[in-house]
Design a protein. Structure first.
Length: 470
């Protein structure tokens, strides 16, 4: 095991890898329920309920397959699952049009799977030929340094939002949790307590890390979970009644979707999507977003784990890209939206994960959820949010390496940093940063031949922003 994964070589231990794998799982376990919710817009009635069941099983299977690919092929401590944002876009692009037009919802769902399959195959070709890697390495140095920090802010924002530390506000968009309002309205236990427990968890991680306690993140997750149930005086609920129905619908409408001629007809010639041009635009969009989400995540997590080569690029980046593309193809075949490398992998990296063994542990946890549906919901958001916020703290340090005296570097880097959390998208941050870099470079007379690739990236993102809403 040590020889295969290179555990000692990367300065880790089996125990550390196991803890890291568990940490990654609990940090991203929300996707187990969230992905089918997003694809069906939180509806479980009628055909949407059948789609929910099929997507639930497919989501777990693709997380297992994609994460094991990372473990055994790329040998990196990264996990894969269905990407947030892309799952909502799947609903809006394929299921909602069928719902509004009175078409068969399952036909819309299966036509969408065809589009995901085609985009996955495009990913795979780009990965195998090395073009995706060339795109990643073509990013200017200022963006490479800003991406991990931007992802840090993004993942911390997810943690703040998941547990209600940051709440929506009609005037300022966001605000700090309204503790007084929660007390007055009798919602302290439901609204304020989780936020306060999450902040307590972050402080606990900080103290444990200061004393160099191994497994500080996982210890905190366990401790805050126990404290939450003690303070709320409740026990986690378990409902196994839907497992059989989920597997049945998965077999009938999920894994069969892309193998039906009608699905391909609906995807490219039918009324559900709008014809060949619309289908091509959707394929390009899914490709573009997934590619740069993955690139950003790989640079961020690898930087945190000190798994970068002499050029500042992630080691085994080609294999990681291939794993990602195979994961997307597998997800489409199984019956779910785009599979991508998860930014929450950084939580496991922060816990010491350095090898594929951590990914094996994460994959095993997802496999267990196939038969223990409530397992992922046992740990409350207030227990996992501190891990995400802590990762944000760690990843921000890379921004100190950006040359802030040169505005050609400073402005694109700042835009990439701030736009990731503000637009809730890693790829948007990269795209906006790339556009700024190209324009400033061009108008200051600094444009060179090696800027051609980043220019292509900027043009593609500009086209996406103009033509497609996601």
């Amino acid at each position: 095991m040590n020889k295969f994964f290179g555990i000692k070589e990367r300065g880790s231990t089996v125990r550390t890898e196991i803890i890291a794998g568990l940490t990654t799982f609990f940090a991203m376990a929300y996707i187990v329920i969230t992905n089918p919710n997003q694809i069906t817009s939180f509806s479980t009635d009628g055909d949407l309920g059948r789609i929910w069941n099929a997507v639930y099983v497919a989501s777990l299977l693709v997380a297992v397959v994609g994460t094991l690919l990372m473990a055994f092929y790329a040998k990196m401590p990264f996990a894969q699952a269905c990407g947030m944002g892309l799952n909502s876009f799947f609903f809006v692009s394929f299921i909602l049009p069928a719902l509004l037009s009175g078409k068969d919802l399952i036909d819309g769902y299966q036509a969408g799977l065809v589009i995901i399959l085609v985009s996955g195959l495009v990913f795979l070709v780009l990965s195998v030929t090395g073009l995706r890697t060339k795109v990643a390495k073509a990013l200017p140095d200022c963006l490479k340094k800003a991406i991990p920090a931007g992802i840090g802010l993004f993942i911390a924002f997810i943690g703040f939002q998941n547990v209600g530390i940051i709440q929506p506000n009609q005037y300022t968009l966001v605000q700090f949790v309204d503790i007084h309002g929660a007390i007055v309205n009798g919602e302290f236990m439901a609204v304020a307590l989780p936020a306060l427990l999450a902040l307590l968890g972050l402080l606990v991680i900080g103290v444990l890390e200061k004393f160099k306690v191994k497994g500080s993140v996982l210890i905190t997750i366990g401790g805050i979970t126990v404290l939450y149930y003690l303070l709320t005086w409740q026990l986690p609920s378990f409902d196994f009644s839907q497992i059989g129905a989920a597997f049945k619908d998965f077999g009938q409408i999920g894994i069969t979707g892309v193998f039906q001629a009608q699905s391909w007809k609906d995807a490219f010639t039918g009324e559900l999507i709008g014809g060949v041009l619309s289908a091509i635009m959707l394929v390009v969009t899914f490709c573009l977003v997934d590619m740069f989400d993955t690139i950003g995540t790989l640079y961020g997590a690898a930087s945190q784990a000190n798994l970068l080569d002499e050029n500042g690029d992630p080691i085994n980046v080609e294999k990681c890209m291939t794993c990602d593309s195979v994961g997307t193809v597998t997800g489409a075949i199984l019956g779910t939206s785009t599979c991508t490398t998860f930014v929450e992998s950084s939580a496991g990296v922060a816990a010491g994960g350095r090898t594929g063994l951590a990914s094996v542990v994460t994959a095993a946890c997802f496999a267990a959820c196939l038969f223990l549906t409530p397992l992922a919901s046992i740990v409350p958001a207030c227990a996992t949010a501190p891990a995400l916020i802590y990762v944000g703290v760690l990843m921000l340090k890379g921004f100190a390496n950006v040359d802030m005296k040169d505005l050609r570097s400073a402005i694109p880097a700042f835009l990439a940093l701030i736009m990731m959390p503000m637009t809730y998208s890693i790829s948007n941050g990269i795209g906006i940063g790339a556009i700024a870099y190209v324009l400033i470079t061009l108008f200051t007379g600094k444009y060179k031949k090696n800027d051609i690739m980043v220019t292509i990236i900027a043009v593609l993102f500009a086209a996406k922003f103009l033509l497609i809403t996601i």
